[in-house]
Ligand binder design. Structure first.
Ligand code: BGC
Length: 735
């Protein structure tokens, strides 16, 4: 493939050169890598026919779009995303192509990455997954996902970065920059307001401008302006009555005009519905359209795409504007020149020891210890350890929709625990409940037979019997990637743990005082048994290294440092969208009535105590915070605080800065995240953490005044270990 491409470029250079008479030794501008990319794009554009231009604006297979063969411009290959490189599928079929060279490293799900609160981990993630994409010769990686966590029912929350716009914005940028260093474009998704899976193709999001700008857009804006993302994916649903894959306001006005996006807008697969809107409203490259018989008049169904023949017809008869066409072509060519056409990119690598180490490190830093009464954790590697729960034996990298992977290696929780304890402790296992028996997905087989003939009662009885004389019980449950769970295309039906899990946990606590619950999920779950168990760990979908990373934390080989990227409400009604009945399963009109009060902003406004707050996460050591100080610095302020490790183990702390505006013309949240720093401290060590507060960070969006406003007055900086664990505050005045 690579050699063929090289040869065609050489041949072409010769042909182009020989056609140019006395310039015969010169390389065509579009092939000259010493020329600026825009000049090369312009030169290529000038050489293309109308048909060639339209050809590059839509897919030619499930995951590729055509280049310009006559000019030696290669095809463009996309891949899911966002947690690993998806196995190759057939040309025109979702099933995998059964290749033997397309397994990957499964990195932790993006909720886990967000839970690291570490830009360093985000960079490591981007570098590693970018190298895998590159090695597999993919040009566009379909991720990261940065939609805001609005409701715990959203089936795809696990692919996103939590509920806070500042956290999601900060955490997506290094990922993007590092992926793209490989000559692989990210495709940030799903732009925007795609916050539920129910009716994902049909619901119309009704959102006021303040909420849009303050909550739902900042991560996308950072991806574009700071990350410099080369492509972005339109969302499936509608906003202001127009599908987001061809939405004038979102794509033309905000993304391209306001933010100056110079990349390509790619449709979500099957997200295009109308040729005229697709032409006019900002879409550049169409993928995944189901042709529904529309293709009967074409030999190749891809010719029936909205941006294929129907577009060509409009161009030929003058209904469509040539300059608009050229703008799309320029953007797609630029994407191609930055990726497929770039010969100076590295080679990448797949399933390397470095990638396995990265996956473990990210998981280690993202796993969150939620509760640790009586210091039950870390557990000793001794005695009789009973493990209960289906998720202990289940491979979670398979399933859940387009992010499903074919991991070369996946260590399940039970395997990781066994490997960690060796022969120092006895490990016994009981299933406890029957959940989902999924074994294959898109033709990828986990190889694990999950059938069990026992009744629910029998399974619980067997687990209880085993728990009676165990020194400790680790229940490993949570959600999985089955339908109506953490899975694409449908939302969860409730916030409760599915199957008989609550019954099992309750029964175990009746006979054993040392129960630790490990939740595998990308979403908050109800915990009616919370007071009966001493230890609770959120371990996310943590990929290839799931079991090892979990064992590192529960046995204390790694000191936990993950913090929640979203609130765990006690019950669904404690979440704003649900309290206001503004999450709709049955209506296609979804009004974001809670406005800017998403997640902890809602909980704090209404004084609702969450089960676990945004930013919460425990360590096996203790940190003490000094007094926060604030001083003016240029136009802004610097807030500083000394943080000390007062325990006996080395550990990492995420020092969080929230800011509250004491008085403003529009109601503002009690406080909002405006800074975080993850620091490592040895026992007895103290470090000074300094946050820079720029004036822009103090603004709110006022539609009446047409934009961002900074009002004079007193602000409070809250510094602490979680949104509900503020250790010190300091006020400052903006004049
Ligand atoms: C998903 C995207 C994904 C695409 C390609 C769509 O259904 O919404 O996130 O990248 O399929 O698999």
């Amino acid at each position: 493939m690579k050699i063929k491409h090289l040869i065609s470029i050489i041949v072409l250079t010769i042909i182009v050169a020989s056609c140019c008479g006395n310039q015969s030794t010169e390389t065509a501008v579009y092939l000259d890598e010493n020329q600026p990319v825009d000049a090369r794009v312009e030169d290529a554009l000038a050489r293309m026919t109308l048909e060639e231009k339209v050809k590059i604006l839509h897919a030619q297979s499930k995951f590729s779009s055509a280049g310009v063969p006559r000019l030696g411009i290669p095809d463009l290959w996309a891949t899911d995303g966002p947690h690993g490189i998806r196995p190759d599928v057939l040309w025109d079929d979702w099933n995998q192509a059964r290749c033997t060279n397309d397994s990957c490293t499964a990195f932790p799900a993006l909720t886990c990455l967000a839970a690291t609160w570490s830009e360093e981990m985000s960079a490591l993630y981007g570098k590693s997954i970018g190298e895998e994409a590159r090695f597999r010769e993919k040009d566009v990686l379909l991720g990261p996902g940065v939609n805001i966590y609005r409701t715990p029912l959203c089936g795809r929350n696990f692919e996103y970065m939590g509920e806070d716009p500042y956290l999601a914005a900060k955490m997506c940028v290094p990922y993007i920059q590092e992926v793209q260093k490989n000559g692989v474009a990210v495709c940030v998704k799903h732009y925007a307001l795609n916050n539920q899976e129910a009716h994902r193709h049909r619901y119309n999001a009704i959102v006021d401008d303040r909420t849009l700008y303050e909550i739902y857009l900042p991560a996308f804006k950072a991806a574009v302006q700071e990350g410099k993302a080369w492509s972005i994916m339109g969302a499936y649903n509608l906003y202001e009555g127009e599908h987001l894959c061809h939405n004038d306001r979102m794509l033309n006005k905000i993304l391209k005009e306001e933010w100056g996006f110079d990349g390509a807008v790619i449709s979500d697969w099957g997200g295009v519905h109308n040729t005229d809107q697709a032409i006019l409203n900002g879409l550049d490259l169409e993928f995944g359209t189901g042709t529904n018989g529309l293709d009967s008049k074409y030999g190749n169904s891809y010719d029936a795409y909205y941006l294929a023949e129907p577009y060509l017809e409009r161009l030929r008869d003058g209904r469509a504007d040539m300059e608009l066409l050229n703008d799309k072509v320029r953007r797609v060519l630029k994407l191609n020149f930055r990726t497929a056409m770039n010969r100076n990119k590295p080679y990448g690598s797949l399933c390397s020891p470095e990638h396995y180490a990265a996956a473990r490190k990210i998981a280690n830093e993202g796993i969150v210890v939620l509760k640790n009464e009586n210091n039950i954790l870390p557990l000793a590697k001794e005695g009789k350890i009973l493990i209960v729960g289906e998720n202990a034996i289940k491979k979670m990298t398979v399933g859940g929709g387009s992010s499903s992977l074919k991991a070369q290696y996946e260590c399940t929780p039970i395997e990781g625990i066994k490997a960690a304890v060796g022969d120092k402790a006895e490990i016994i296992y009981q299933r406890g409940y029957l959940g989902d028996l999924l074994r294959t997905y898109n033709d990828v087989d986990t190889g694990i037979d999950l059938n069990d003939p026992r009744s629910e009662e029998q399974m619980i009885a067997d687990a209880v019997e085993a728990a009676k004389d165990a020194d400790v019980v680790i229940f490993i449950g949570g959600l999985n990637k089955a339908r109506y769970q953490d899975s694409e295309g449908r939302d969860r039906v409730s916030m409760a743990l599915p199957y008989a899990q609550d019954k099992v946990v309750n029964a175990l606590t009746e006979v054993n005082d040392n129960v630790v619950v490990v939740i595998v999920s990308g979403n908050a779950v109800e915990m009616p048994w919370i007071d009966k168990v001493d230890g609770i760990v959120e371990t996310w979908f943590s990929g290839t290294q799931t079991g090892h990373a979990l064992a590192d934390i529960i046995f204390g080989d790694v000191n936990p440092s993950g913090k929640l990227p979203f609130t765990f409400p006690v019950k669904l009604e404690d979440n704003g969208a649900h309290a206001l009945n503004a999450y709709h399963k049955d209506s296609l009109k979804v009004e974001y009535k809670e406005g800017i009060f998403v997640g902890y902003r809602w909980a704090e406004k209404h004084d609702i105590k969450p089960l676990f707050a945004f930013g919460h996460g425990l360590s096996y050591t203790t940190f003490e915070y000094g007094e926060a100080k604030c001083r003016r610095a240029g136009d802004g302020f610097k807030v500083s605080v000394d943080v000390s490790n007062t325990g006996t183990r080395e550990g990492k702390e995420v020092v969080q800065l929230y800011i509250g505006d004491e008085e403003s013309t529009l109601e503002r949240p009690v406080k909002e995240l405006k800074g975080f720093k993850k620091i490592s401290l040895k026992p007895g060590e103290t470090k000074k953490v300094i946050f820079e507060v720029e004036p822009d960070m103090l603004k709110f969006y006022d539609p009446a005044r047409g934009g961002w406003v900074l009002e004079a007055g007193t602000f409070t900086a809250y510094v602490g270990a979680a949104s509900d664990d503020i250790r010190t505050t300091v006020s400052f005045v903006v004049k």
